[in-house]
Design a protein around this ligand. Structure first.
Ligand SMILES: *Cc1c(COP(=O)(O)O)cnc(C)c1O
Length: 426
């Protein structure tokens, strides 16, 4: 059923490291072969063997309107006809910036880049430049892209200076990254006791890169309080949650207000876009107004801007889209829980807007260490069997899942029925 994909994967491996351009696509965590995709349509993807999948990955988040949304597709085609890139300003950038800035009280200006990684990397530089301090605080299990100072996640229970989690990242560089446990106030406080040189705290306010693990309100309030007290900036990394968890992302759900926000994924509707935003006084320190340098040949690319703009306009026009998608996320996760319980399988479920998560474990995980206690074997089997039945879940328990606008209750119910058959043998 996967023979063409197996062959394509083998060919890819000869010329692309591991056969993939991003490691999460390799299916190595679930010991499988990734289906090679030929096309998408609405909630579904088709692979080169002709298999059809209900897609809960949605390109890892961007496609809140599903594959090949006609409005977005048309605007992209129209824009392409005017040229792919100019390296000069276009009105599309101002239009998308205005749409986004108008959605939040805490940001006045936004700058576009080409990926989430770039957005976060630039936000960190901005925070360091503005505060004139070098250290940053990051939490275990939060992913902020693959730039050097953020590729730090391994660490003991103690708040400690980070060790690089990849060869090629100089220890000299990551010594400026202080690691702390997510949702652990005592450890966070310790970071500020140990260092007076903290420029910022960066956090996924609703973590989606260790599965779906929300930060507690008290924890976020403590982040805010410590930043204010120590003249540091609070960065919300909303690359995944932005326009997904609610229209205004995690910020629309939690009570804490950050100084800087980063965006990606939905903001480009499937085109490569990232962005970072803050209030005037901070953004004015960026080049060319200020001295903090940041640039990009393809930044604010017109085709990407057009796709993002259309997507945001559609989201704004559809007032209850997030609650509708959440109802479906809840339908899916409670359905999974019901069938799991029927077979005495421990499962924890949660949703935020169009995001969902489930863990095979007996207690709700609140940090990376607890997520690590989940039954990864069971997840792997679940994943493999669901894939064979045509349900495409993220190939790791450390990933969140996504509902898109074209999914129907029938799709969800078919998935739960399949899960019932699969879980019977787990
Ligand atoms: C995906 C993601 C990133 C990185 O974005 P890329 O576009 O993959 O570079 C950063 N932060 C968070 C929270 C993400 O989910």
């Amino acid at each position: 059923m996967f023979s063409k994909s197996v062959e394509a994967f083998n060919q890819a491996k000869c010329v692309i490291p591991g056969g993939v351009d991003s490691p999460v696509r390799s299916f190595s965590g679930v010991l499988g072969t990734p289906p090679f995709i030929s096309r998408g349509e609405g909630s579904f993807m088709y692979d080169i063997d002709g298999n059809k999948y209900l897609d809960f990955v949605q390109s890892w988040g961007p496609l809140i309107f599903g594959h090949c949304d006609k409005d977005i597709e048309n605007v992209v085609i129209d824009t392409v006809k005017n040229g792919l890139s100019f390296g000069a300003p276009t009105e599309l950038e101002t239009q998308l910036a205005s749409e986004i800035v108008a959605m939040y009280d805490n940001i006045d200006q936004i700058r576009f880049v080409s990926s989430g990684t770039e957005a976060v990397m630039s936000a960190i530089r901005l925070a360091r430049g503005v505060t004139k301090k070098d250290n940053i605080v990051k939490f275990e299990g939060c992913y902020h892209g693959h730039s050097d100072s953020l590729l730090v996640s391994a660490g003991s229970g103690m708040a400690t200076f980070g060790a690089p989690s990849s060869p090629g990242v100089p220890a000299d560089l990551v010594k400026h990254t202080l690691l702390s446990e997510y949702n652990n106030i005592a450890q966070l406080e310790k970071c500020f006791e140990e260092s007076s040189d903290i420029a910022c705290i960066i956090i996924e306010p609703i973590a989606g890169n260790m599965g779906l693990v929300p930060a507690s309100e008290e924890f976020l309030a403590k982040c805010r309080e410590l930043c204010d007290k120590h003249n540091a900036l609070l960065i919300f990394d909303e690359v995944m949650t932005g326009f997904r968890a609610s229209l205004t992302g995690a910020s629309g759900i939690v009570n804490t207000v950050p100084d800087i926000m980063t965006f990606g994924k939905v903001i480009g509707a499937g085109m490569p876009v990232g962005a970072f935003a803050s209030r005037d006084e901070i953004m004015n320190e960026l080049s060319p107004n200020g001295a903090i340098y940041q640039a990009g040949t393809l930044s604010g690319n017109p085709v990407a801007m057009a796709a993002g703009l259309k997507s945001l306009q559609k989201l704004k026009a559809d007032k209850d889209i997030h609650s509708r998608l959440n109802t479906m996320a809840v339908r899916l996760t409670t359905g999974l829980k019901e069938v799991a319980t029927k077979y005495n399988i421990d499962i924890q479920i949660d949703t935020r807007g169009s995001m969902f998560g489930f863990f095979f474990c007996d207690e709700v995980p609140t940090n990376m260490k607890e997520v690590g206690k989940c039954d990864f074997d069971r997840f792997s089997k679940f994943h493999n069997e669901m894939l064979k039945k045509g349900f495409y879940f993220a190939c790791s328990q450390y990933e969140a899942g996504f509902i898109c606008n074209t999914m129907t209750n029938d799709d969800i119910d078919a998935c739960i029925k399949a899960a019932d058959e699969v879980m019977a043998s787990l």
